[in-house]
Design a protein around this ligand. Sequence first.
Ligand code: PLV
Length: 330
Amino acid sequence: SATYITEHIKIHFHVNTPLLESISMSKHVGTTVFLKMENSQPSGSFKIRGIGHLCQQRATQSKGVVCSSGGNAGMAAAYVARKMGLPATIVVPSSTPQLVVQRLKDQGATVKIVGKVWDDANGEALRLTETEGLTYVPPFDDPLLWQGHASIITEVAASLGPVVKPGAVLVSVGGGGLLCGVIQGLKDVGWTDVPIIAMETVGADCLNAAVKAGRVVTLDDITSEAKCLGAKTVCKKAFECTQSSELTIISELVTDQQALHAVETFLDEERVLVELACGASLAAVYSGLIRRLQDEGRLPTVLGPLLVIVCGGSSIDMKQLANLKHKLQT
Ligand code: PLV
């Protein structure tokens, strides 16, 4: 039927990313490590999965999109809008590095710099939605985004085949959209017994603060250099998932220094450059955090393959890496 055909020729903006076994990371952690290489998405991060899906559902009749972002949601929105022939306005906070502003412009987007942190920029994006009649593209808090991100896990399941199942999944948390997508994906493939380790940096720790407080809380400020994890309030759904017994979610923190060290080690060992937001996840492997969780009995001693979502990110180049090294020197 016609619906059958449209369903099956539906285009995706994201690509099916490689799932790589990392020998060096496996050595660090003592179990097989699989890397889901979301850094190789056309927009440089996993964000394109959810945002592509959301725009296909909501922006087909749109006169343009507006997205508030720490950088990577904006990169995805700008890419998708360009492919859909729509103008894109990306609102970023002043903490966003110039290199990202330039990359957004190169994607054809109009860039507005508003406020100090993402929450400020989001206020402006919501205002433009009202005054300009643009379609609002949220960076993390929308079920359509989670549905799009869930494809990460369905792809992993297809790559691993029916007999291999991860022992745990490692993700970075900003506003919690990736986490919600991974949870959705684990449910979709029937892997609800696979624990999730949700990583943040100290100073961009809205999920960890909520877990500690037992309710959603708003951070006073973002003091971490991992600006793409810098939402002051985690989305409600992500917090609720930590309170439910359906899945095990372990919320953990690393310092900016540990995240940076992980970015450098990953560059050396895997020859891939990712930003600090992604380094937060990688640090769980390199800093010995996974082994500590095993020692504490919070993860099984004999752990199945560790699945690392390499979320990627565009806020990095050799110059920015040097800047961060300089800033974070103690
Ligand atoms: N970054 C969002 C929110 O920033 C953005 O606007 O780009 N890894 C990378 C490379 C990211 O860019 C992000 C989110 C995350 C992880 C975390 O994803 P989330 O927000 O869905 O938890 C303020």
